[in-house]
Design a protein. Structure first.
Length: 325
């Protein structure tokens, strides 16, 4: 399968002209490994500190503020930074020990929160984030906003990272109801004892609903579509589903020889999975995972057949399609 970009890390690379336009080049056998992806619409997409306004035909790289990464490796590429954008112009950059905001698509940045924001998620103008004092912080605080991130307010009790703290992903239905993956973190910041917690007050207080039987499992993306139905990816081998709001989870049967990379639930019965291995990398279900239909590379490349239904704002699928062109 063709992939994306010319060397993200060792596998991908960029070619930058003097006008700072980056063109991501395709190459056989490469797998895109990127940090944060923010798909605003089909044309405006951010990958770290690079963005496109033409659906991936060309990319522009932005420079982070010097204070944001004073202890980062200077070789960190622009697409390797952690960012979240809610519009083409407004977004956040995770620095080494603080969080920065831009109003002008990364031309200028201002230090907004004197702490490192981990997870950030929005529903409309309402958002929740968890932030700590840096990489060695033992406690993290919840932050809320109701003005599209113009300002943030702390709320609720802090998380104790040695006992339970947010891990890999959050999913909110509205301004009040949401779920987050959680884990316990040791002195080296390595997580274990993964689980799922729920909030009913916008992220100020959380209740742990479930803990994984295998403490060594790595939790991935989670997504809820109503107050009962959700998916959770675990490592590269399992996709779990819940029908009771996160209290109990069951494993869905995945296609043969399939390494799960990401999952996107659309409704109670409709969902998508992206993976690696032999054969197609994208599958679709209409019956809550009982059966899967493959999307061919040709259909994905030319937006034919089932490819019409791929969610526009699913970043993993955007990069997959981009890599085929």
């Amino acid at each position: 399968m063709a992939a994306l970009l010319v060397a993200l890390g060792a596998a991908l690379g960029v070619r930058a002209a003097e006008d700072e336009v980056i063109r991501f080049l395709s190459g056989p056998g490469e797998t895109p490994v990127v940090g944060a992806i923010s798909v605003i619409d089909g044309r405006h997409v951010w990958v770290g500190l690079t963005y496109t306004e033409d659906g991936g035909a060309s990319w522009v790289a932005r420079t982070p503020p010097p204070a944001a990464g004073r202890r980062f490796d200077e070789s960190t590429p622009p697409y390797g930074w952690g960012t979240l954008f809610v519009t083409a112009e407004r977004g956040w950059l995770r620095g080494i020990d603080s969080t920065w905001m831009t109003h002008d698509a990364g031309v200028t940045w201002r230090r907004q929160v004197p702490a490192l924001m981990g997870l950030i998620t929005f529903v409309g103008r309402d958002g929740w984030a968890v932030a700590g004092g840096g990489l060695s912080a033992r406690s993290f605080r919840n932050y809320r906003t109701d003005n599209l991130g113009e300002s943030w307010n702390q709320c609720g009790d802090p998380w104790n990272r040695s006992k339970v703290a947010p891990w890999s992903s959050a999913s909110f239905l509205d301004s009040k109801n949401g779920w987050v993956t959680v884990g316990s973190f040791d002195g080296r910041e390595l997580p274990s004892d993964g689980g799922v917690a729920r909030t009913k007050d916008g992220g100020c207080t959380w209740e742990v609903l479930w803990r994984d039987d295998d403490p060594s499992d790595n939790l991935g993306s989670s997504r809820f579509v109503d107050d009962r139905t959700g998916w959770l990816s675990v490592g590269y081998t399992r996709l779990l589903a819940t029908n009771d709001g996160g209290y109990h989870w069951r494993a869905l049967r995945l296609p043969a020889d399939f390494g799960l990379e990401d999952a996107y639930l659309v409704s109670r019965n409709v969902g998508w999975i992206k993976g690696s291995g032999y054969g197609p990398a994208l599958y679709y279900t209409l019956d809550a995972g009982a059966h899967w239909r493959a999307v061919s590379e040709q259909d994905l490349r030319w937006n034919l057949g089932l490819a019409h239904g791929v969610p526009t704002n699913w970043g993993a699928a955007f990069l997959l399609r981009l890599g085929l062109n």
